[in-house]
Design a protein. Sequence first.
Length: 276
Amino acid sequence: MRPPAVAQADSTSLVRSTSNQLQLARVDGWPITLANLDDAVIAIAGAAERGDGFSAVTLNLDHLVKLRSSSSFRWAYANARFVTADGAPVARLARRQCHRIERTTGADLVVPLAMEAARRGLPIFIFGTSAAVLGKAARDLAERSEGALAIAGTEAPPQGFDPTSAEADAALDRIAASGAKLCFLALGAPKQELLAARAVGRGIKVGFVSVGAALDFIAGAQIRAPETLRDNGLEWLWRLAANPRRLAMRYAQCALLLAYITLIAPLRQRLGAGGS
C-alpha cells in the first residue's frame, strides 16, 4: 500500500519557499495558511486591495496525490500565498494542529469573495470553463451585488488550453490590462494553479483564485451535492455517483493516500522512533 512517491526533502524545501504567510498546519508536508471562509475572504480581498499579485489555492486529497507525482504542480503550490483546507479529510487532518481550521472550498469562496470585492470596489475577471457558463455566472454575481460588482472581463480559453504556453501569457496580459484586482480561475487542477503561479512569476498585480467547478455550480451547469452530504464529508460520493468512470480511479488514489497518511506513515514513524 504505497502512494505515489516524492522525495521528502524536495517537498519540504518547496513548502518553506511557499511564502511568508503564517502556516497554521501541514498536511502531507504542505501548509494550510487560512483557517476558514471568513479569514480567506478578508485576507484575499485585503491583499487584492493593496494591489498585490498572488495565487490562492484550495488543498484537497486529489491535489495531494498530484503533488506527490508532479514537479510542476509542486512548483505551483510553492508559489501560492494563500492555501485553504478543501475536502473533509484534509480539514480533519489540519484541525488536529489548529482547531480553527474549517473546510473551505473554491465553490465556497466565489460568492462571498465577489461580494467583498464589490464592497471594496475591486474589479474582478473570470477566466475558464465555457462562454455560456461565464455569462450566466457573471450575471448571477452582478445581480447578487445589486450591480455593485465591477466585472472587468470574462474569457473562456479554447479546448486544450496550455497554462504554460505563449497563449497563456497572452491571456494573462489581457487580464492584467483589464484593470481587474482579482481573477477567478475555473480550469480545474492542475491547469488553474499552474496559470496562477505563472502570473505570480511574471509579477502580474492581480490576485488569482483557483475555484474549480464553482462557476459551473453558480450557472447551473453542474449540480453541487446537497448541503447535508457536504456537511458530513460525503460530497465525493455525490460526485462519484454522477461521474463514476472519470472519478473512480481518482478517488481510489485519494483513498490510498489517505490510508497512508493516517495509518501507515504514523506507524512507520512510531516503529522508527522505537528502534532509535
